[in-house]
Design a protein around this ligand. Sequence first.
Ligand SMILES: NC(=O)c1ccc[n+]([C@@H]2O[C@H](COP(=O)([O-])OP(=O)(O)OC[C@H]3O[C@@H](n4cnc5c(N)ncnc54)[C@H](OP(=O)(O)O)[C@@H]3O)[C@@H](O)[C@H]2O)c1
Length: 315
Amino acid sequence: MPSTVAFVARVDHASDEEAWLSALRAAMPEETILPFHAMSAEERNAAKLAIVANPDPADIKALPNLEWIHSLWAGVERLVAELPQPAPPIARLIDPELSRVMAEAVLAWSYYLQRDMPFYRHSQEQKEWAPRPYRQPGEMTVGILGLGVLGQAAADRLTAAGFGVKGWSRSQKEIAGVETFSGEDGLFDMLASSDIVVCLLPLTAETRGLISATRLFRMKKGAALINFGRGPVIVEADLLAALDSGYLSHCVLDVFDKEPLPQSSSFWSHPKVTVLPHISGPTTQQSAASVVSANVERWRKDGKLPTTVDLGRGY
Ligand SMILES: NC(=O)c1ccc[n+]([C@@H]2O[C@H](COP(=O)([O-])OP(=O)(O)OC[C@H]3O[C@@H](n4cnc5c(N)ncnc54)[C@H](OP(=O)(O)O)[C@@H]3O)[C@@H](O)[C@H]2O)c1
């Protein structure tokens, strides 16, 4: 009899837990999946796998024999920071549907900037008829910070749409049609030659505060920034200074130091800022559940785990 799978989540509404449980149970009818609060002491003790969405670390601690944890989110910095050590291996969500949706968002907001939408929004508010010359995607370069699963999906989509694409990552990559960079010098070179910079970096000890004034002012004058990774990778005060000084033209922010973005934040009403409520890459429950299901099936069959998070690197 296979051990019960624990579902450990801190969700805003009981209906969210129900929705996750029914998606997971539908994808894995052969598994017994129980929410942590409904598990007996015996079941908690026997559980080898926890499927988690923003779990309470105390609940994970109360599952002493876990062999691994499967996160339902792609970003795991909070999980990595909060889990009691030593933690079992963590698999994060790598979902082709999430990659597609995020790549679509990167393309949509790159078009938003390429087609001067922030400028026309302002013109409309001023009742000004002020056409600007059209720029083709091929006249613009988008530089992507982070060439992981999401960064590479975004690069593909942008390349197909005709944008010039560059990308920066920790290890040097070779990607057809993309000029790639790594290291500190590589970062400066990419920033200095991109019209739009898209951040798709995970939040780690190394990336926290990475995009500070030193880097922002090495971007092209008049360039724009999109942050779809994590808020604290960019120093918010430095970004505001770069926008207020007229150095950067616009930014599209989907992630912030504090979420929901506090009412007091100057981003809300800043004319050069587009605020999005963390919607660029939402998890789709059905596709996430089928990805988790395939990983669980493989593990049950031959004991193999999917690629797990490198806790030393933090992603
Ligand atoms: N806004 C949203 O709705 C949303 C949704 C999903 C995910 N996200 C965010 O997107 C992030 C990226 O997801 P992913 O699946 O693409 O992650 P991933 O596959 O782990 O890729 C991370 C990329 O960042 C690079 N990187 C990490 N640390 C670096 C450093 N110090 N210097 C240079 N490059 C560094 C990695 O380089 P290497 O390739 O050399 O390892 C890799 O290319 C997630 O961590 C999450 O925070 C946001």
